[in-house]
Write a protein that binds this ligand. Structure first.
Ligand code: TPP
Ligand code: MG
Length: 328
């Protein structure tokens, strides 16, 4: 198979592999910096990081248009960046600075950038699925061929809103793609202890839509299944449920060291880290040298640090802005 047609990293790598790698490194370094900002007490509230899950964010969002709207969870820094939100505005939001995507008033769990179709991050588990269904309904009613995408955790599949959303989207053939980011845990509980079926994607059957299981640490594979689901939605054939299997390399939130994980589990998943997997494939398929993939990381890191400097130089929002953007 030619590299441009690759559907998994075993087949080959796409022509824009270097850009995919760069974006995944940006997200990884962004999250590492957020972790360090928290430890320096520069961020209020909690935060939920996505190291290890970058291939889901990038593979899902890469080929979307800005007019396609994406919703995600509190673990959504990577998804919002992958959808095109700027690094400095995203840091600024988390730091509560004026430069922030929402003027610094939303924080880590509410990153939103309507200009790129990042319709909102949500702290309530499952709450954004109906929002994506509503966004898809508005595209359908207005005759636009835009799609909506909801990215959510494995834990959300046991929430009522998940079932209501899939049902309504299927009945009305709405242009929406539901993506389960199965990172194996909901907070401190392994998914098997809360869910009686091993493959969450089987729930698609109950709602009469295709269900696709994909290796969520293979950015090429995620992108390929997403491509099919988006094309189906744009053709007016309705929703798809995708389950991307991945792993949360850090704890649930900043206060969680993840001590409940069985011995060897993290180490196993680190061997499947999506970023070196793409870099190794680029080298083994001969589209990049070791030096080039290493330069990509260095330059992504430099951009992340420069964006952080801009965010730190931005002031906190003026008191006069407290009730601006408040509806009632
Ligand atoms: C409706 C609701 N119930 C409980 C919580 C508390 N809570 C926050 S995160 C979380 C775990 C969700 O796990 P999952 O959906 O797998 O997402 P992940 O954190 O693994 O990305 C829970 C139960 C919440 N935020 N909202
Ligand atoms: Mg989870």
């Amino acid at each position: 198979m030619s590299t441009t047609e690759a559907r998994t990293l075993t087949d080959g790598v796409p022509a824009d592999a270097a850009d995919l790698l760069r974006r995944m490194w940006e997200i990884r370094h962004f999250e590492n910096e957020v972790m360090s900002l928290f430890s320096k007490n520069l961020v209020r509230g909690s935060t939920h990081l996505c190291q290890g899950q970058e291939a889901v964010s990038v593979g899902v969002c890469w080929d979307l248009r800005h007019s396609d709207q994406m919703t995600c969870t509190y673990r959504g820094h990577g998804a919002v960046l992958a959808k095109g939100a700027p690094l400095d505005g995203s840091f600024g939001e988390i730091l509560g600075r004026e430069i922030g995507l929402c003027g610094g008033k939303g924080g880590s769990m509410h990153l939103t950038d309507l200009s790129v179709g990042a319709l909102g991050s949500n702290a309530i588990v499952g709450a954004h699925l109906p929002i994506s269904v509503g966004s898809a309904l508005s595209a359908q009613v207005q005759g636009r061929d835009d799609v909506s995408v909801a990215i959510f955790g494995d834990g959300s599949t046991n929430i009522g809103a998940f079932h209501e959303s899939l049902n309504m989207a299927s009945i009305w053939k709405l242009p929406v793609v539901f993506v389960i980011e199965n990172n194996q845990y909901g907070e401190y509980s392994p998914i098997a202890s809360t869910t009686p079926i091993p493959q969450l994607v089987r729930r698609a059957d109950a709602y009469g839509m295709p269900g696709v299981l994909v290796d969520g640490n293979d950015v090429v594979a995620v992108r390929a299944v997403m491509h099919d689901a988006v094309a189906r939605a744009r053709r007016g054939e309705g929703p798809t449920l995708i389950e991307a299997s991945t792993y949360r390399q850090a704890g649930h939130s900043r206060s969680d060291p993840g001590a409940y994980r069985p011995e060897g589990e993290l180490e196993h998943w680190l061997t499947l880290d999506p970023i070196p997997r793409l870099a190794d494939a680029m080298v083994s398929f001969g589209v990049a040298t070791r030096e080039l993939v290493s330069d990509i990381e260095t330059s992504a890191h430099a951009d992340v640090l420069a964006a952080l400097d801009r965010a730190l130089a931005s002031p906190t929002p003026d008191n006069s802005l407290r009730s601006k953007d408040v509806f009632a």
